[in-house]
Design a protein around this ligand. Structure first.
Ligand SMILES: NC(=O)c1ccc[n+]([C@@H]2O[C@H](COP(=O)([O-])OP(=O)(O)OC[C@H]3O[C@@H](n4cnc5c(N)ncnc54)[C@H](O)[C@@H]3O)[C@@H](O)[C@H]2O)c1
Length: 393
């Protein structure tokens, strides 16, 4: 049988565009032909294209017209525009997390911390609706690039749930580190919020995914979130904060700590923490307390490798693990960080969907539930932690 080739376009030329390209090199089910890149920042696109020997396109439309799929690896504020443009031309859209959100009213004085959260929720839901409506009319679809869904530890837990008919009673998890370095992070108008959306979306989507799996595995409907309660804080902005230089602390109008407690439609629960105040490297984990087993998914770090380094300087050219403050002493180097975070796995799955029509696990419904739960959580926080209902997709 002739091997299929998928023509690919990359939109965005920053951090995520780089790891998407690396993951594309590991796709096995088809030949991936990267047609080129388009980014608003022409210099970034030029450098990205030159480093990889791919064409630089002058407009989004000209790129879409040349390809079967586009990767939306741009800040969240532009996800809807790019996905809809692709879907309208019957092109698949791989969309980075978070799917979409609310990014302000365009006014100069917009402040994410004080802006009414019900209005944000309404607008974020409208954005999801527009994306799903475009998908329904398209021959392409949205592949939601939430790598936690595809991370090997989460997929192993899926197998355990499916084969043992487990009932999950409580999921708890966290994504945290000592502060995102992207210049646009810290402004609600670019990122649609702070820790809760930027980091919390990862473990939250994994939790929502596993409860969907559980419902399906026991022959019923996917189990979905019913309500949330949440608290968000801007700890490094407190007047009382004693800054000793180890944490980023210049966020403009976002939270740097969040907790979201989800109640599902079967009465079971999940609690997710996300923050910018955790030192010692990225801290990404998810624990499942079920009626018949308990699992801890250590996404990053994990103990696949442990190294003791007595002199920081001798590791200066060695990548150890994301966001460690020092390489001295004991560490858990990631021998293949991309593998454990699920980047190659999500790409393989998406290209199977594009080429062979396989169903998408990270689909627009799951992505929509995540955004809906997150903005309902912002409403809850505004009300001092009151319970708020969640619309699901
Ligand atoms: N899954 C993960 O682990 C992970 C990690 C990092 C970032 N991300 C996500 O990837 C996305 C991109 O983040 P990043 O860190 O690569 O950002 P970045 O700032 O490094 O790069 C963004 C790129 O997008 C381009 N861009 C901005 N607006 C555009 C538009 N309207 N049209 C075309 N190009 C545009 C910029 O020119 C730039 O090249 C975000 O949604 C982020 O949440 C995911």
């Amino acid at each position: 049988m002739e091997r299929k080739t998928v023509r690919t376009g990359i939109v965005g030329a920053g951090f995520a565009a780089r790891f998407h390209y690396e993951a594309l090199k590991r796709v096995r089910c088809v030949d991936v032909d990267v047609a080129g890149v388009y980014a608003i920042d022409a210099d970034m696109a030029k450098t990205y294209g030159a480093e990889r020997g791919v064409k630089v396109y002058g407009s989004l439309e000209s790129l879409i017209d040349d390809v079967d799929v586009v990767h939306a690896v741009v800040p969240p504020v532009a996800h809807e525009e790019i996905a809809v443009a692709a879907l309208e031309r019957d092109t698949f859209a791989i969309v980075e997390k978070p799917l979409t959100g609310y990014f302000g009213d365009g006014s100069k004085g917009f402040n994410g911390r004080t802006f009414p959260k019900e209005k944000m929720l309404e607008k974020a839901l409208a954005s999801i609706d527009r994306m799903i409506a475009a998908e329904k009319k398209s021959r392409g679809c949205i592949c939601y690039a939430e790598n936690w869904v595809y991370a090997p530890a989460i997929q192993k837990e899926r197998e355990i749930i499916e084969k043992t008919a487990a009932q999950i009673l409580w999921i708890h998890g966290e994504e945290a580190h000592s502060g995102s370095h992207a210049a646009t992070y810290g402004f609600w108008k670019f990122s649609g919020g702070g820790s809760l959306i930027g980091k919390g979306c990862h473990p939250l989507t994994a939790a929502l995914y596993l409860k969907r799996v559980e419902g399906r595995a026991r022959g019923g409907a996917p189990i979905k979130p019913k309500s949330v309660t949440s608290r968000c804080h801007a700890l490094t902005n407190l007047e009382a904060f004693q800054d000793q230089g180890h944490l980023r602390s210049d966020y403009t109008d976002i939270e740097d700590f969040s907790m979201i407690h989800v109640t599902f439609d079967d009465g079971t629960i999940a609690t997710i923490f996300a923050s910018e105040i955790i030192m010692g490297g990225i801290h990404n984990w998810l624990e499942v307390a079920a009626n018949n087993h308990r699992t801890i998914c250590n996404i990053n770090p994990n103990t696949g490798m442990c190294t003791y380094n007595p002199v920081d300087a001798q590791f200066k050219d060695i990548y150890v693990v994301e966001k460690t403050g020092t390489k001295q002493g004991w560490s858990n180097p990631a021998p293949d960080e991309d593998h454990f975070t699920g980047y190659p796995h999500e790409m393989e799955a998406f290209y199977r969907t594009i080429a062979f029509g396989d169903p998408v696990e990270g689909n627009s419904g799951l992505a929509g539930d995540t955004i809906s739960a997150i903005y309902s959580a912002y409403v809850s926080d505004e009300r001092g932690g009151a319970e708020v209902a969640v619309k699901t997709y």
